[in-house]
Write a protein that binds this ligand. Structure first.
Ligand code: WTA
Length: 704
């Protein structure tokens, strides 16, 4: 074939070859008790019943007033669900369960130190604590419906208490993952315009009582520099009455919550009846540009969606003991530790610490002791537990009926260990694909009705109709073996409402790519662009390949390359920086930074250390790069753009592709030689990449 005859395929369309995995059928015992065991449910949610099918989810909630319009598309793509309806999310997660389940555990909190007692918080106790804290937020902190409040809280019951207290008042909460740095928290305080910060003095992580309050001081400095003043810092104490931080309490600004609460004992606050469309919370996530995006989630649509998916996909019954081992600081914890399970009135387990502390048998000890029936975690944790304690699950007498995986693609062999060893061959696995922006699951199998296939998330969930488009907007057919951009053709109730304060970016990032007609108010013209590459098998199951934008998924956490690069550029010696992913056995992907110095400066370990410190300071330890490489120059295009795919190829020991069109092709061999020799010396040669991983590395940065 001559060059002209070759079909023009872009990188996202390149055929991806792998072996088709076999199906696993759900056990009979699971099917017999499943919430969704009748295939009629698939029919009820078929496209001809959209959007009314979602009233089934909304009917799981108690409404103060019914809605008149299920889906309002008059201002696309700002979809409105259940318009006219009113409800309170806290009432739905707490108050309405009191009549039947007052003394049932809503939360079971497992502290990290095994010497500390597990604490059960009953629905009654949760009700009391939420009311008291809501009274404090309203009367002491002066928060009103529609205000934003930032939390920087670890995995302690005070976090769901604070979330539900806000929900009770119609105050919009914005929880920042506890592992993020003070500076990252400050950025989010400023972006959301919060005047109140709720934090904690310390928490246990890997055996240490971490000083957390110090981050509040950094956060306030950063927020102030960005023009946002915080009036009050409300500090919970991990051990009430004992202060565990070295950071001084600032008089008139910082207050111990356990002391303040004495004045609010027994106080009750009426739940505020909110419009379905009122924002419930913000959750920040990383994207293509430096600034994190505050995903704004609604009250009615969101709560209905997480309740419905918790019921049918997590198969939560009120009698289950459900443990989602995510952190509430991420969307998974919001939807599937707090709002979904509590809306259904189940018992939700929270664990404070690291899954492998003090040994990799810890999760299974917790499961055995508490009688956990549903277990939910991420591939990174599964890989880690498999590596450190492959035989540990067999030593404990727990019995899961259901297990979830979320956040990253799971390798089939890891899936099989999860199934055979953790699930003991008797639990179903539901691989759930979705994003911070989505509120709840987008792709997953209905566990009693659709067989499992390792490495595939399954078809679109009930009422969600995904499609794969190529670069030209043509549909990539199922079974074609070609990859493309996975999109969702229709709105669904859990979709976020906007990017906080940046409606233009909301439209531009998620809808512009495949919008057919900007003047149309027909949702069919507005497919949602998820930013993931995917392949659809002939059976309709999707296999998610990873991000197509400049996001690196490290241990299930989304890190934007631009954020990593701008953090590096805060080091005065650095002139240019580029972040690339490397394949990592445990964390899925890790980050490597390439930096070039300002003229006249000599490379040193000290400068590399400063780059790492800057990233930890600006983002947090989760973003710490595996390596910082100081290079004489970056490979660049003639127009001066850094070619990230070339350096990603070097870091992963894969083909760097055609470099002849670079402005400085000679630099490539130079860097490759230097860096690969250093990685060899450090014992960091990656295993041979799968075809899929190699494609990902090759495509990295191609959006530029
Ligand atoms: C990836 C987490 C493969 C994907 C809920 C997505 C997955 C990003 C899966 C969102 C899965 C999430 N299989 N990849 N089951 N779930 N992802 O916003 O690339 O933290 O775009 O939401 O994680 O990450 P986020």
């Amino acid at each position: 074939m001559s060059a002209e005859q070759q079909p023009q395929v872009s990188e996202a369309q390149i055929a991806v070859h792998w072996r088709e995995e076999e199906y696993y059928q759900p056990p009979e015992a699971f099917i017999a008790q499943a919430n969704a065991a009748d295939p009629a449910i698939l029919e009820r949610f078929a496209e001809e019943h959209f959007p009314e099918c979602f009233t089934e989810y909304a009917n799981l909630l108690d409404w103060d007033a019914g809605w008149h319009t299920t889906l309002d598309t008059s201002n696309p793509p700002f979809w409105k669900w259940f318009v006219g309806g009113r409800l309170n999310a806290c009432y739905n997660c707490v108050d309405r369960h009191l009549a039947t389940s007052r003394n049932k555990a809503a939360l079971i909190w497992v502290p990290e130190p095994e010497t500390e007692d597990t604490k059960a918080v009953t629905y009654q106790e949760l009700y009391r604590r939420v009311n008291e804290f809501a009274a404090l937020l309203r009367d002491f902190a002066g928060l009103q419906t529609g205000d934003r409040v930032t939390f920087h809280l670890p995995m302690v019951p005070e976090l769901p208490v604070a979330m539900l207290a806000c929900a009770r008042l119609g105050v919009i909460h914005s929880e920042v993952f506890g592992g993020f740095s003070g500076a990252a928290c400050g950025d989010r305080i400023a972006d959301s315009g919060s005047r109140i910060l709720v934090t904690m003095d310390g928490y246990y992580r890997n055996g240490d009582l971490v000083d957390h309050k110090t981050k509040a001081d950094e956060a306030l400095d950063r927020a102030a520099a960005l023009g946002q003043r915080v009036d009050k810092v409300l500090v919970w104490r991990r051990h009430p009455g004992q202060y565990a931080s070295k950071s001084p309490m600032v008089d008139g600004r910082d207050f111990f919550v356990d002391e303040l609460l004495a004045d609010y004992r027994g106080r009750l606050v009426e739940p505020v009846s909110m419009p379905a469309e009122a924002p419930l919370f913000l959750m920040y996530t990383s994207g293509t540009t430096g600034r994190p995006k505050g995903c704004q989630h609604s009250t009615g649509g969101y709560l209905a969606y997480v309740a419905g998916t918790s019921k049918y996909y997590q198969d939560i019954h009120p009698t289950d003991t459900y443990w989602c081992a995510a952190d509430i600081g991420w969307i998974t914890g919001h939807s599937y530790i707090v709002y979904g399970p509590l809306a259904l009135g189940t018992t939700s387990v929270m664990y404070e610490g690291v899954p492998t502390y003090p040994d990799p048998g810890r999760p299974w000890r917790i499961a055995e002791r508490l009688g956990v029936t549903i277990f939910h975690t991420a591939p990174t944790t599964i890989r880690m537990l498999r590596k450190l304690g492959p035989d540990e699950p067999g030593k404990y007498h727990y019995r899961f009926k259901h297990m979830t995986t979320v956040g990253e693609p799971i390798e089939p062999e890891v899936w099989r260990w999860y199934h055979d060893t953790v699930g003991k061959g008797t639990a179903v696995i539901v691989d759930t694909w979705w994003q911070t922006e989505n509120g709840g699951f987008l792709g997953a199998t209905l566990p009693a009705l659709q067989p499992m296939k390792p490495g595939s998330c399954g078809p679109g969930v009930l009422g969600v109709y995904p499609v794969i488009y190529d670069e030209n907007g043509d549909v990539v057919e199922a079974g074609s073996g070609r990859a493309g951009n996975i999109c969702i053709r229709n709105p669904w109730p859990g979709i976020f409402q906007t990017v906080w304060g940046q409606p233009d970016r909301f439209v531009q990032i998620y809808y512009e790519r495949y919008c057919r007609d900007k003047d149309s108010t027909d949702w069919h013209d507005w497919p949602y662009f998820a930013g993931d590459g995917a392949v659809q098998a002939a059976d309709g199951y999707f296999r998610i390949l990873g991000r197509v934008d400049d996001v690196i998924n490290v241990a299930g956490h989304r890190l934007g390359t631009k954020e990593l690069e701008s953090a590096s550029l805060t080091v005065p010696e650095i002139a240019e920086a580029a972040a690339v992913p490397v394949i990592d056995e445990l964390r899925g992907r890790a980050v490597e930074m390439y930096v070039a110095l300002k003229p006249g400066l000599a490379p040193s370990d000290d400068i590399a250390r400063k780059v790492t410190a800057a990233i930890e300071h600006e983002i947090g330890k989760i973003a710490r790069p595996a390596n910082v490489w100081i290079v004489p120059d970056m490979p660049k295009t003639r127009s001066g753009k850094i070619m990230r795919r070339v350096i990603a190829g070097i870091s992963n020991f894969t083909d760097v592709g055609d470099v002849s069109t670079l402005a400085n092709p000679e630099i490539v061999d130079d860097i490759r030689h230097h860096i690969q020799a250093a990685k060899l010396a450090r014992g960091q040669v990656p295993r041979e990449l799968t075809a899929q991983e190699a494609e990902e590395i090759k495509a990295f940065g191609h959006t530029e």
